[in-house]
Each structure stands twice: as C-alpha cells, then as structure tokens.
Design a protein. Structure first.
Length: 317
C-alpha cells in the first residue's frame, strides 16, 4: 500500500473535518433559511439582511451599542491639560502608563474582532454585532490618542513611542493575541485542524474576549477614577472619557456573554457539548486566574511609579 503524502493527508483532513466559507464576499447561488443558519462554522452567502433574526438578542445588543455612540472630541480636555502639569510626577507616570496600556488593549481588540470574529461568524446578525463592537473599540483607541494629543501637545509622539521600552505593557496582551492569531491561522488557510480542535480554540478565544472586556481593564479604570477624585478633579475630561469607554465595555461583556450562553444552551450550534466538559472548566479557571494575577501585577507596577491614594498591595491582593 502506497504511503499517503503529507499534502494528501492535509487535504483529506481539511475536506472532511472543517468547513471553510466558500466566499468571504457575497454568493447568491444559494440561500440559507434564517433558522438553519449557524452562528459559527455554518454556511453563509454573505448577503447582509436584517428583516428576521434567529436570535433577537443579536439585534438588541447591536442596536444598544449604536445608540450609545459618542466621539472623544465632544469632551474638552483644556482643564485637564493645565491641571495635569501640577500633579506629582509619579501620578503623571501612572496616568501615562495606563493610557498606553489601554491603547494597546483596544488596538488588539479592534483588529481581532474585525479580522477574526467578524470573519468567523456565519450569519448577518452576529457579523453586525461584532463589527459594531469592533468599531467602538476603534473609538476607544481614537479616544486615548485624543487624550494624549491634547494633554501632551507637541510631545505626544514621544509619549506614544515610550510603549516600545515598557515590557510591563508589551506583554499584557500576549495571551489574547495568541488566541486570536491561532483562529486567524485557520481562517487564512495557514492551519489545518480537526473540527473538534478548531471548536475548542474558538471557545477559548471567546472566553479570552469575555474576560478581557470584563476584567482586564479593571485596575486601569479604577486608578483613573481614584487619581481624578483624589486630586480635586485634575483630569475630569479624561475620567469622563474613561467612564464612556467603561460603559461600552460593559455592553461588550453582555454581547460576548450572550454568545457564550447561546453556544452553551443550543445543541444545534454544535458547541454545547464542550461547555459541560472538564476541559472547559479547566481552561476557564486558568484564563481567569491568569487575568487576575496580571491585574494584581499591573496594580503593583503602577504603585512603583507613583502613590495612588487608597491603593496598596494589600487592597490589590
């Protein structure tokens, strides 16, 4: 019996075990009835229609996100710019490091949602939801740039360039980027995976996104509020922008949590069996533990830069 070549084996696995979308654009040679559409790894002709919804939650959350639209330029930072100069240098460093970290997080999230999640879903309703979420992550990145430009004026470029020399920030998105990149490798055809393994990596990615939105900004947001309140409203504009971002992130938690809930409850989506397995609980525990440890470590790093009233290693722990 002739040996099967590696190329033939890959082609067999690719054909039998996984589904690749036939077109990343629009193909009207077939139609998939709304109730037969799968959220992920289904058949999608790319025709964006919003007359009927398989899951009304998708419509509700997408509309809620759009209705909360705002732009950073609406908020004046004139007062912040003047008062910030008088703050202790250590507190200034805390604010700068937080802004750079937040920019990195939302850069990764915007690009990941756009190039991975919005491409991975196979129904218009969830494509709209993830693309709207991605758009708001872009608004957040634009907001951090707006703050840094307004606060530091001619020195803004130097402030941004500092991120390349701060390893404590650079490493903070490694796990999320790796989770996105793995699934993107399948979308791009760089990886060939058995269906079950692909599904597991999609679930891991969703869990990473959920807890990124729900936990990974916690310390940086909290510290921004504390700095503003403890220094007699020295950065009110910054705090207001962060509150708007915080509100958006809460909606993003609802969106991704809703997706996970549907996949867990609906066997027809093809993922429910994974959520009741020891494998899932092990991975969720590890992901949450890692994020909490990262947040505590980040808080301790900020305390080394400057004294944040009310924040100590004891309260972090």
């Amino acid at each position: 019996m002739a040996e099967t070549s590696e190329k033939q084996l890959k082609e067999e696995i690719n054909e039998q075990d996984i589904f690749h979308p036939e077109s990343m654009l629009v193909d009207l040679t077939y139609n998939v009835p709304i109730n037969d559409q799968k959220m992920l790894l289904g058949k999608d002709n790319g025709f964006q229609r919003y007359d009927n919804y398989k899951y009304p939650f998708a419509k509700q959350i997408e509309r809620a996100m759009r209705q909360a639209f705002w732009t950073p330029e609406e908020i004046s930072l004139i007062s912040d710019r003047e008062k910030f100069k008088s703050l202790d240098k250590g507190i200034q460093e805390v604010v700068i490091n937080n802004l750079l970290f937040q920019t990195l997080m939302d850069s990764a999230q915007n690009r990941g949602l756009d190039s991975v999640m919005a491409q991975l879903v196979t129904s218009s309703e969830w494509e709209a939801a993830f693309k709207t979420q991605a758009f708001f992550e872009l608004i957040h990145s634009l907001s951090y740039s707006h703050i840094i430009r307004e606060m530091f004026s001619a020195d803004a470029t130097n402030v941004f360039n500092r991120i390349y020399q701060i390893p404590q920030i650079k490493k903070r998105t490694d796990k999320e980027i790796a989770a996105y990149d793995f699934v993107k490798g399948w979308l791009d055809g760089r990886l060939v995976l058995p269906l079950e393994e692909l599904k597991k990596h999609i679930v891991i990615l969703l869990v990473h996104i959920f807890f990124l939105e729900g936990l990974k900004f916690y310390v940086s947001f909290l510290v921004t509020y504390i700095v503003n309140e403890s220094t007699n409203d020295s950065i009110p504009g910054v705090a207001k922008i962060i509150k708007l971002i915080n509100f958006d992130e809460d909606m993003h938690v609802s969106l991704v949590g809703g997706v996970i809930n549907i996949l867990q409850r609906m066997p027809g989506e093809g993922f429910s069996h994974l959520f009741n397995s020891p494998w899932y609980h092990e991975h969720v525990t590890d992901i949450v533990k890692g994020i909490v440890e990262d947040e505590v470590e980040w808080g301790k790093y900020l305390l080394k830069l400057g004294k944040v009233p009310g924040l100590t290693e004891k309260t972090l722990n």
